[in-house]
Design a protein around this ligand. Sequence first.
Ligand SMILES: [Zn+2]
Length: 75
Amino acid sequence: MLAPHRMSPNRRRELRERVQQLVRERLGDRLICTRCGAKLSTYADKCAADLDERCPGFNVVDRVQMDAEKEVGLC
Ligand SMILES: [Zn+2]
């Protein structure tokens, strides 16, 4: 029997990929962090540097990603 309230792993992965796609579309090549000059493609290296506080770039990506997750129904 199918449980309609449950998502299959494939469906879930599909939605995650959709979220990543939306994040890429929205941030593209934009500068997301003025502190280290990171873009979406480089923030993992730049913003993830060993700093005392969280880099603003993380927050930008986080926010866009959370919005996208809500839109596709992931959370
Ligand atoms: Zn940064």
